[in-house]
Unconditional design. Structure first.
Length: 222
């Protein structure tokens, strides 16, 4: 009797786990569908009905999960920054490696390459986010940019422990350069619109940050 009860418990738990995994997969599918629609057609032209159709779910399912289009935008924004694993950049391996690396040129290469992975998701969404900048949905983007700037200040502090900031450049101006050069707007302009390769972008950004912020001449491109 005990064995059968134990087997029954295992089976129930297995079913619950399966349902949770299925629900999580459906949620990811809806977020990815919204991301693709927003990137292709913009925020306003991407209705909840069209997003649900692309995700292969009923529109009621989409509303049940996100309630409003603004909530869906927030989920998409979180996906672009955190990825499917929902791990903040400072907790990701590449970020920790960049902060821990004592050689600034090596650390900068790690930082730029890791940031590139995030920007590859964020940059296609920039027009959609900017289109709703003044709307309630735009608060997600504005707050995200504020958090990103704070993160750049932290990075400047971590990197100036490896090498002194260039003479005449303030900590705030150094953070401004990190914010712009490692930002989605510049990445979108150069990689998506002007056709730069990711290697060209990363090599240029790495060199610019080393020279303009720390007065360090980068090694030859990898």
């Amino acid at each position: 009797m005990r064995a059968s009860r134990l087997l029954g418990v295992v089976e129930v738990k297995g079913n619950k786990t399966s349902r949770r995994e299925k629900a999580a997969q459906t949620r990811r599918r809806m977020i990815h569908a919204a991301y693709e629609r927003f990137c292709e057609a913009g925020f306003r032209a991407s209705t909840m009905e069209l997003i649900a159709e692309r995700a292969g779910v009923a529109v009621q399912t989409l509303y049940f999960s996100f309630h409003t289009k603004d909530e869906l935008v927030q989920a998409v924004h979180e996906y672009t920054v955190l990825g499917d694993d929902h791990v903040p950049p400072p907790q990701q391996e590449w970020y920790r490696a960049a902060v821990a690396e004592p050689d600034i040129a090596t650390a900068m290469a790690i930082l730029v390459d890791g940031t590139c992975v995030i920007l590859d998701r964020v940059a296609p969404m920039v027009p959609a986010f900017q289109a709703v900048a003044g709307d309630p949905a735009g608060a997600v983007w504005r707050h995200g940019q504020e958090l990103r700037y704070d993160g750049m200040v932290d990075l400047v502090d971590a990197f100036r422990a490896k090498s002194r900031i260039r003479r005449g450049l303030s900590r705030a101006h150094a953070a401004d350069l990190f914010f712009v050069l490692l930002g989605p707007d510049l990445y979108r302009s150069l990689v998506i619109e002007r056709g730069w390769s990711k290697t060209q972008w990363s090599t240029w950004v790495r060199g610019s940050l080393l020279r303009d912020v720390f007065d360090v001449e980068p090694d030859s491109p990898r």
